[in-house]
Every structure is written in structure tokens, then in C-alpha cells.
Design a protein around this ligand. Structure first.
Ligand code: ADP
Ligand code: MG
Length: 332
């Protein structure tokens, strides 16, 4: 049973960025307005996510990290109109199976916080009182140590995994309104570097300026397109000729209803239109698609990054026409 659980968990948590993503999404689901991510040695030694969200109530301490425990889905029909990020109750149980998980948490109803230690099966094995503000801190040490092959691979690719994580955190910092994000990495001899720091702005524009910088912002222009009655896309794109994405996919952020997703076909389309009309550069793109929740399915892959669009072809076509307007040579 243990081995099967470990292997399945390795499909929910594929790498460093999918592990941290689950924790960040839990913090967002807990209505946090401040989310701090700390890494030791690029996440190889440990990583930690601290939030000021609602905290976890003592009556769920025991079941918290058991497989399929979730507080977010009460009935099956909820799946159709999902607004929270998590809903399958797999993240904490998977993280337990793959590394050493501890949680510190406190709700508004508790005078003190509790420190919780879980074993690899997600069973709560120790509980002690501690001091902290309302909110939750989840720490994962030695990710993948229970899967030796994956662990070796993880350590070998740690810089790449870290790069992917930083870009994912940028994506959340861009799209989340009113949430402060911070990320620090501490290496070897306690050298701490700030990877990301935002103030929790209320608009995408201000988030673009803080996350990507003023110079980059000045090369961008806002765009908004109505694709159909219920579907629109809004965001920022490189001005014609001013692209400064270094290569394919660099600094391209796509979101569906505020959720960061991989959209390779859309990335390809944006690149193709931009490059054929204007330049040899790659465009920076920050695009948020607002679509009815029933038009897509996030359950295609366990890590929920890939999505299935029921009307992808018509969406791509509408986007193509809209971008051609923006990027046609007559407009440049
Ligand atoms: P899911 O998010 O799919 O419900 P998880 O395994 O990610 O499953 O989390 C299990 C449960 O633990 C959540 O439903 C939530 O009740 C609680 N939880 C996890 N992280 C936090 C957090 N940062 N703040 C408050 N509650 C949390
Ligand atoms: Mg979750």
C-alpha cells in the first residue's frame, strides 16, 4: 500500500513547482492577503509557505493530511462551478508521502497556534502548542526522499526546477489582486536572497509593474478582446517591434479565470502573429481568459496545470483575428 501511495503522490506532485503551487493555492483558498515562500538551497533541503489566511481548526488536525480529505467540496455538483483552487484533498497527503511535512496553524478562535507533525502516511504523530499570528505555515523537508530515483533526478535538476518555480510564483503575483507575495532563497552559508516581493496591488497593471519592472511595462500595451458573448481575454502584450521575451515561452503568462495554466497552442499563436508582423523578437504576453467554468476542465492532469477547452478551436480562431488587428503591419 505504501509504495502505491508514493507512486500516485508522485503524479500529483511532479516537481518543486507543483509542490509549492499546491501550498500557494491552499493559502489563496484560505483567503490569505500575504503569502511568503521560503526556500533552502533552491528548495532541495526544504521549502515553506506562510500565510495569514483563516488557519486550520483543531477538529480537522487528525484528518488533514489523509488522502481525499478536503474541506472544499461538499457535493458532487460543486465540481461544475468550482471557484476554489483545491478540491481533491490530495496535496497534503501526497506531500506527506514524498517528504517530511509539518504544519503550524492558528485560527481566530484559538489563543495559541499548534505545531503538527505528520508521518509518510499522513497520520498526525505529534502536536504541540506554539506562538504565531493567525494563519498557516506548511513546511516540507526533503521532497522526494521517499522515491530514490526521483530524488536523484530532483537534485540533479534543482536549478531548472527552481527557475520554473520562480516563473510560477511570478504568475500568481501577477494575477492575484490584493495579495502580497514574497519569496526568499537561503543558500549554503545562510546567504539569503529576495526572489520576489510585491505589495499586493489591486490591478493587473500595477502587478505587472512590480513583478516585471517599469522598463518591461513600457514595452507593453494593454489589450482586451471579446471572443464571444461569455468569453473575453484581457491583459498586456509587447508593443509591435518592442518584444523582449528572450525565447519561446519566456515571460508569457496565461490565465483562465485567474488561474495560471499552460496554454502552449495560444503561446504558439501569439508568437507566430507577433513575429511574422513585426520582428524577430519574442513578445511578452500576460493574458487572462474569462470563460464560463463549464467551458473547460482542469481535471485532465493531476497537477491541474493543463486544461481542456471544449471550444478551443473557435477560441484560437477568434484570438487570431483579434491579434491580427493589433499586430497587422498597417497598425505598427
Ligand atoms: P484541498 O485543497 O484539495 O482541499 P489539500 O490536501 O490541499 O486539499 O488540503 C486539505 C485541507 O487542508 C484543505 O481542504 C483545507 O481545509 C486545509 N488547508 C490546507 N492548507 C491550508 C491553509 N494554508 N490554510 C487553511 N487551511 C488549509
Ligand atoms: Mg489544496
Amino acid at each position: 500500500k505504501g509504495i502505491v501511495h508514493r507512486i500516485c503522490s508522485g503524479q500529483v506532485i511532479l516537481d518543486l513547482s507543483s509542490a509549492v503551487k499546491e501550498l500557494v493555492e491552499n493559502s489563496l483558498d484560505a483567503a490569505a492577503t500575504s503569502i511568503e515562500i521560503s526556500l533552502k538551497d533552491f528548495g532541495e533541503e526544504w521549502f515553506q509557505v506562510t500565510d495569514n489566511g483563516c488557519g486550520i481548526s483543531p477538529n480537522s488536525f487528525k484528518v488533514l493530511a489523509l488522502k481525499h480529505h478536503t474541506s472544499k467540496l461538499s457535493e458532487f455538483h460543486d465540481l461544475q462551478s468550482l471557484t476554489t483552487f483545491g478540491f481533491r484533498g490530495e496535496a497534503l497527503s501526497s506531500l506527506c508521502a514524498l517528504g517530511d511535512l509539518t504544519i503550524e496553524t492558528r485560527t481566530v478562535n484559538e489563543p495559541v497556534a499548534t505545531h503538527l507533525t505528520f508521518n509518510h502516511s499522513g497520520v498526525l504523530v505529534a502536536e504541540k502548542k506554539t506562538a504565531r499570528q493567525i494563519g498557516t505555515t506548511v513546511t516540507v523537508k526533503k521532497l522526494f526522499s521517499s522515491l530514490p530515483v526521483r530524488s536523484k533526478e530532483f537534485k540533479r535538476n534543482i536549478r531548472k526546477e527552481y527557475g520554473k518555480l520562480v516563473s510560477l510564483l511570478n504568475a500568481y503575483a501577477l494575477i492575484a489582486k490584493g495579495v502580497r507575495f514574497g519569496c526568499t532563497n537561503t543558500t549554503g552559508k545562510n546567504v539569503k536572497s529576495v526572489v520576489l516581493k510585491t505589495q499586493g496591488n489591486d490591478s493587473l497593471k500595477d502587478n505587472v509593474i512590480t513583478v516585471l519592472g517599469m522598463n518591461t511595462f513600457n514595452c507593453l500595451e494593454p489589450m482586451a478582446l471579446c471572443i464571444s458573448e461569455s468569453c473575453k481575454v484581457e491583459g498586456f502584450l509587447s508593443k509591435p517591434g518592442l518584444g523582449n521575451g528572450r525565447n519561446l515561452g519566456d515571460r508569457q503568462y496565461f490565465f483562465i479565470n485567474g488561474r495560471p495554466v499552460d496554454m502552449p497552442k495560444i503561446g504558439k499563436l501569439v508568437n507566430e502573429l507577433y513575429r511574422s508582423a513585426n520582428s524577430k523578437q519574442y513578445p511578452i504576453a500576460i493574458l487572462n481568459f474569462t470563460v464560463p467554468t463549464k467551458a473547460y476542465d482542469v481535471n485532465v492532469t493531476p497537477d491541474k496545470r493543463k486544461i481542456f477547452f471544449s471550444e478551443e478551436t473557435s477560441l484560437l480562431q477568434a484570438l487570431r483575428e483579434g491579434l491580427q488587428q493589433i499586430y497587422s503591419p498597417d497598425n505598427a
